[in-house]
Design a protein around this ligand. Structure first.
Ligand code: ZN
Length: 61
């Protein structure tokens, strides 16, 4: 049985071989001081669609 993952942008469930891990950068808050800081996380995105670029744009306000 092959591994299945889900694209972080379009939420499509796909085999792991059709997804790639990409780091995106986003604005986050420190919940103690309420100061903004730049955070990053790695999500899975479709290899054949521009999901990563769309999600990165969605995180840039
Ligand atoms: Zn996708």
């Amino acid at each position: 049985m092959s591994e299945v993952g889900r694209c972080a942008y379009c939420r499509t469930e796909r085999p792991a071989s059709e997804l790639k891990p990409v780091a995106i950068i986003f604005q986050d808050y420190n919940y103690v001081t309420w100061k903004k800081f730049v955070n990053r996380k790695t999500n899975l995105y479709c290899v054949d669609k521009p999901c990563h670029a769309h999600d990165q744009m969605a995180h840039e306000g």
